[in-house]
Structures are given as C-alpha cells and as structure tokens.
Design a protein around this ligand. Structure first.
Ligand SMILES: Nc1ncnc2c1ncn2[C@@H]1O[C@H](COP(=O)(O)OP(=O)(O)OP(=O)(O)O)[C@@H](O)[C@H]1O
Length: 682
C-alpha cells in the first residue's frame, strides 16, 4: 500500500469526522481500508428469462401491470396484495405481503420492476421489492456490505463510489505484470472496481480470482520468507553416517520398501545430512508404513553418533513401537529403551542415567520423555507420532532437550493437502501416498442396530478362518465411566455368544498399564480372538491378523476417527472388513456412513469431512489453527492456493525477487508485515 492509500478516510470527499468514526467502528481507517472492504454478498438484480429460472430462485422481472391489484386482509394487520404482470410473453402473478398501500400506486399498464422469489408451479413471484419504472440498465448486481449503525448499506455504496472516483486510479498493484499475464488476472484497479461495482457475474468472478491469488501469494511469500530466515539463522545437526551400513539395514528388512517409502526416506535423509534443522511433517494414511521410515531415520541418527527419540501419545503405542523397533533392529547393535510413566523406581533411575551417559541409542516413550530429569547426551533426532495429540509446547520441550535436533512429525490424520499447505506452510511435508503391495481394500458395510445378530455371525465366519476381530464400543464423551460400562456390557454379551469357542478380551482406559499391555500382547499373539474395546485402540495399533473391525454407534465418531479405527484392519494380506453399526437420524449422518462405505482413501475422507462439517470440526472441537483469509477459502480455492505456494517458493529463491523493480510491490508488503525481521507469523 502506498502513501495515498494510507491517508485517513476523511481524505475522501464527503467523509466527515462522524462518518469516519462510524467507519473506524468496522475497522476502516484509511482510504485503502475502505477500498478493500469487500461486500459479503451481492444482490442480483440482473433480469432473467423466467423460462430458465428455477423454482424458488430469486429473480428480477420488469413488466407492465396487467390487472387491478387485489388486497385481502387477514389476521390483525396482515394483508396480501396481488396483481397480474405482463413481462415479455409471460403473464404472471405478483404477490406482495403487508404492503396494502401499494394498491393505490399500481396503475394499469404502469411499468414496474419486481424482485422476489419465483414460484414456478404457480407462475408467481413472491415479491420483496417493488420498484416503479424500468430496471436500470446497469443495475445488475449490487454489493451488500456488513455495516453497523449508523452506517447503512446505501451509505456504504455511496462512500465507495466517492472513494473510487477520487482514488481508484492510485490503487497500487503489487502483482508484477508477468504473473498477471501468466494467469490472465485483471489488474488491481479493475479488480477493486468490479468488487464494488460489478457489471456481471463474470466480472465479479474475475475480480475475486485475482484478489484470492494475490492474498494467497502474499501469505505464502511470508511463510517462505520466514522459513528461509529461520533456516539460515539456525545451526542444526549435520548427520553424517555410513551409507553402506544404512543400505545393509534396508536390505535386511523383511519386505521391500514401497516407492513412496523410498522417496520419503530420501527426503528425510537429505534434511538430516544438511546442517540446518529439519522440520518435517510426514503424512501417511493408516497402514502406509510410517514406522519403518521412522526406524531408518533413527538408525541414521545413531550411525552418526547421536541419540534418537520417538514420542507417541499412548502407552499401548509406545509398547508396540518398542516391540516393532526391537524386531527391526534385531540384527544391529542399537540399544533401545522404553520410557513411560509405568517405568518407575530403580529401573527408571537406571534408564535415565543410561540416557544421559549415551548408553541408550534410541528411546521410545510417551509424555514421560519430556518430563524434567530426562536428559540426553546427544539428542540428534526427535520424532513425534500423531502430532495432533501433542501440543506445540510439548514438541518444543522435546526439541529443546537436544541442541537443535532434527524434528520429524508423523501423522496418520489425513490432512487435506490444501490444509497442510496453509496450516503447516512453515514445515516441509512428505507424503506416503502408496500402500504396501498386496494390501486389499477394506470392505466397509453400514448396518442398523437390529442387524447385530448377523454381525455376530459374520465375525464368527472370520474367526473360523483363524482371523481376529475388534469390536469398538460406543463412545460417550461426557463420561468415561459409561464408556467403560458399555464395553463391559458388550464384552459379556460376546462372551456369552461365543462361549466355549473363542476368547473375548476387554480393553478400556480404566485398566492399568500392565493390564493393557497383557491384553494387547494376548491379542497380538492370537490368544484373544475378539477384542472388545473403547477407542483406546484408535491410533497405530498393529495386529495384521485382525480382519474385522466392528464399530458400534458409528455415527458418534468423526470421519477421521472412523478412518483411523478402520485402519486397524487390512494391515496384512487377507481381505478385511469394517462394519459400521449406526442408525443416524440426520441427513449428514447418513451421508457420512455412505461415504465411509464408498472410499478408503483417507485424503478423500478428510476433504469430505471438511465439506460436511467445516474445518474446525475435523480436528476435533478445537480450532484447526487455519489462518483466515479475507477473500480466499483454503478449501474451495485450493487450486489457487497450490499455485500460489509454488510461485512463492520459486520467487523467494530467485535473486530477481529480492532486487528487481517488478517485485518492489510484493517486497513492500513483506516488509510491512515484519516477516523479514524474523518476527513470528500470526
Ligand atoms: N513396504 C512394505 N511392504 C510390506 N509391508 C509393510 C511395508 N511397510 C510396512 N509394512 C507393514 O505394514 C504394517 C503397517 O505399517 P506401520 O505400522 O508402519 O503403519 P503406519 O503407517 O504406522 O500406520 P498407522 O498410522 O495405521 O499406525 C506393518 O505390519 C508393517 O510391518
């Protein structure tokens, strides 16, 4: 924004102190603020051919009064006025409520313009506005601003006209012509004009496209510039490790890596070799094989003489990861340790001492890892699994336990790429977008509660084949106690049903860590055939022999959570099944069940979830942490967002961007935001 735009609104002719105060009330203080104050919607007064209008669509029709108006009164003060209108070749009825006085004004053959809702079946318009005379040529679309008294929409329209007439020609355009040409974007002045005085929907569309791109590009430039500054300013760990030993480790794995795993490992190792601190998010759908990627990174850290830490949200997961890593590192001399809050007393003391001396190479644990007293000798790599469950603060503490160790965050929560780009624009993102070979899609069915007997039969069929099943009990958010009770009830029901044939296990949050561990172990060793559980098994549990996932009251879970639960099966070669038991009442609820049966792609589900529930809900009740934009919507305008991100990355890496006149406008915006001084982003 240049100086002209920075002038106070009183510089606009006709705006006095009073109006200025009213404008300040809605956040407008400068000429620039005023001109960039976008309407929140538009009223469409464009005339439509009634033949093309849909039922209940808002229409504007010009015509001649073709009958004497009729007024009928009902109730105390209510009235209904109607008359016939001849509009082109259509003779239609116009209905107007509670405005009986119009009767006197409506002379036969008089030209009027009617705005209202089209009732296709009755060939009538329910009018909410009636103007005398022809529809003005230019009055197609009128902006509606969000205002606060004493301002009115009408006043705003007038002020905009005045401001644009006086200053429209001085609106600076930060976008260099080359970029505008490349995307056929209108220039800034034209965009602002069309924003306030659009002559057609198309003009408006073009204006919006341009403004959204500019907004996203600036946002991304800030992110990228900020990231460059942070990177250049920090000295992280430059890992250097024996490629041969790493290659030997890879070739000793019980399976060959997927292409996606190979690619992601390459990205991570490149970051680790570099002297700057790694700050990477690894996204991989459930079962895509993130653990082995983590293992490779941890091994690289150990080979270069550092320690590694893997922090996970639950004890079950910590134990499971400790087991899988122990298997993976069996042929090496890596020393592993498990640190959770159940490791107590003498064992804990020893363990902490070993960590501090560096006798332990890799530690796997829960929050216990970030407690006071936990010291590393040389922490070089910190990995967190399921990053949504750890706050930024906890990740920071883990990070600070080393001297700027590399950080890898793993998540199976499929954040749509669009959102990942915006919310995590300051991180590098790797995506495991391929499943290990031989995996079959989990077949998903939606059944009603009264069909439960059939579900039990179905489970039994799978059990006879030697497979196992999970039964997830309803989740009662308000009360853990009821949750547990539910699980106990379902458990005894199943024990009764399968008695003498199969072992039924029970898992819930009230069990002690040892009890949980024992149940999980029995299940993974196939001594328990059906595991009745609350959602504690939601994340990360890996028992490839389990092929059935039954979810009670599935409508109570979010799509992301259902997807996580479903991800507990289909982890081996056998065909797996997910059965959702739900009687949803709402349409959205039904739609969500249908979507679950239609797709197993976590990213598709995440997008759908957003569509159905809005971004805030996807990550639970908390805020999703997404920035808010004035013009753009990161979900619906994701294509533009992606383009803007690529452009921003390209721009900041060129010298031209930092010196050429063509980019002065963009640079000025960056400078004004404080990003270039290393200030934190909002
Ligand atoms: N390339 C591969 N080929 C075959 N099997 C693989 C491959 N990579 C991983 N696996 C196996 O797939 C299963 C799932 O892997 P892993 O537990 O790492 O998944 P994940 O990505 O952590 O999933 P989740 O988020 O659901 O826990 C494991 O049994 C693992 O041994």
């Amino acid at each position: 924004m240049n100086e002209t735009m920075q002038q106070p609104v009183t510089a606009v002719k006709g705006i006095g102190e009073e109006t200025a105060a009213a404008l300040a009330d809605i956040g407008i203080t400068t000429v620039g603020d005023l001109l960039m104050y976008a309407p929140y919607r538009y009223d469409d007064y464009e005339q439509k051919d009634l033949a093309a209008a849909r039922h209940e669509e808002k229409v504007t029709v010009e015509g001649k009064v073709h009958s004497a108006p009729l007024v009928t009164y009902y109730g105390k003060k209510k009235s209904r006025l109607s008359f016939r209108l001849l509009s082109g070749r259509y003779l239609i009825t116009v209905v107007c409520f509670n405005r009986p006085y119009l009767k006197e004004k409506l002379a036969f053959n008089e030209t009027v313009t009617v705005i209202g809702k089209w009732d296709r079946h009755r060939q009538a318009i329910n009018a909410y506005e009636l103007r005398f005379g022809a529809a003005p040529e230019t009055a197609g679309i009128e902006p509606v601003y969000s205002v606060r008294s004493p301002l009115t929409v009408k006043t705003m329209r007038r002020l905009m006209k005045a401001a644009f007439a006086q200053f429209g020609a001085h609106i600076p355009d930060p976008l260099p012509p080359a970029l505008r040409r490349a995307y056929r974007l209108v220039d800034k002045q034209e965009a602002v004009r069309a924003l306030h005085f659009p002559r057609s929907r198309e003009e408006l569309h073009q204006a919006r496209r341009r403004l959204v791109y500019e907004e996203f590009l600036l946002y991304q430039l800030k992110m990228q510039a900020f990231r460059r500054i942070v990177r250049d300013g920090q000295h992280g760990v430059a890992h250097s490790f024996s490629e041969e030993r790493l290659a030997a480790f890879l070739s000793a794995l019980p399976f060959s890596l997927t292409n996606a795993q190979r690619r992601v490992i390459k990205e991570i190792l490149a970051d680790m070799r570099a002297p700057r601190q790694m700050n990477r998010l690894l996204q991989g759908d459930v079962g895509s094989g993130k653990t082995v990627v983590a293992a490779v990174a941890l091994y690289a850290a150990v080979l270069s003489g550092f320690q590694g830490a893997l922090m996970v949200p639950t004890e079950i997961l910590a134990e499971q990861h400790a087991r899988s890593l122990a298997d993976l590192f069996a042929g090496t001399d890596v020393t592993l340790a498990l640190l959770t809050s159940s490791v107590k007393g003498k064992r804990r003391k020893e363990l902490l001492a070993e960590l501090e001396e560096g006798a332990i190479d890799i530690v796997i644990g829960t929050h216990a890892l970030i407690q006071e007293g936990v010291q590393f000798r040389r922490l070089g790599l910190a990995i967190t699994d399921e990053q949504h469950r750890f706050g930024v603060e906890q990740r920071r503490i883990l990070r600070e336990k080393g001297h700027a160790p590399d950080v890898l965050m793993m998540t199976a929560t499929p954040i749509p790429r669009t959102l990942a780009i915006t919310a995590f624009g300051d991180m590098d993102v790797s995506v495991l977008d391929e499943m290990p070979a031989g995996r079959k899609k989990v077949e998903t069915y939606w059944v009603k509660h009264h069909q439960f007997a059939r579900v039990l039969d179905f489970i039994e069929k799978e059990l006879r084949r030697g497979h196992q099943a999970y039964v997830i009990c309803p989740l009662i958010e308000e009360s853990e106690k009821l949750d547990v009770q539910n699980a106990i009830d379902v458990h005894s029901q199943l024990v009764h049903y399968y008695r003498g044939k199969y072992e039924i296990g029970l898992m819930h949050g009230r069990l002690s860590a040892d009890e949980k561990e024992a149940v999980m172990r029995a299940f993974s060793e196939n001594r328990i055939h059906v595991l009745v559980s609350t959602t504690v098994v939601e994340v990360g549990v890996n028992v490839p022999n389990a092929t059935v996932m039954v979810i009670y009251d599935a409508e109570r879970f979010g799509l992301a959570q259902l997807h996580q639960l479903r991800g507990r099966v289909g982890r081996g070669d056998a065909q797996s099944y997910c059965i959702l038991i739900a009687d949803p009442k709402s349409e959205v609820g039904k739609e969500r069940m249908r979507i679950m049966t239609e797709t197993t792609d976590g990213f598709v589900l995440a997008e759908k979830d957003l569509e159905l529930r809005g971004p805030g809900d996807f990550f639970g009740t908390k805020q999703s942490g997404l920035p808010e934009f004035q013009f753009g919507d990161p979900v619906h305008d994701y294509r533009i967002l992606e383009v803007a991100r690529r452009d921003a990355a390209k721009l900041v890496s060129t010298t031209a961007f930092w010196s050429d006149e063509a980019y002065a406008g963009l640079r000025a915006e960056l400078e004004a935001s404080g990003v270039l001084d290393g200030e934190k982003l909002d």
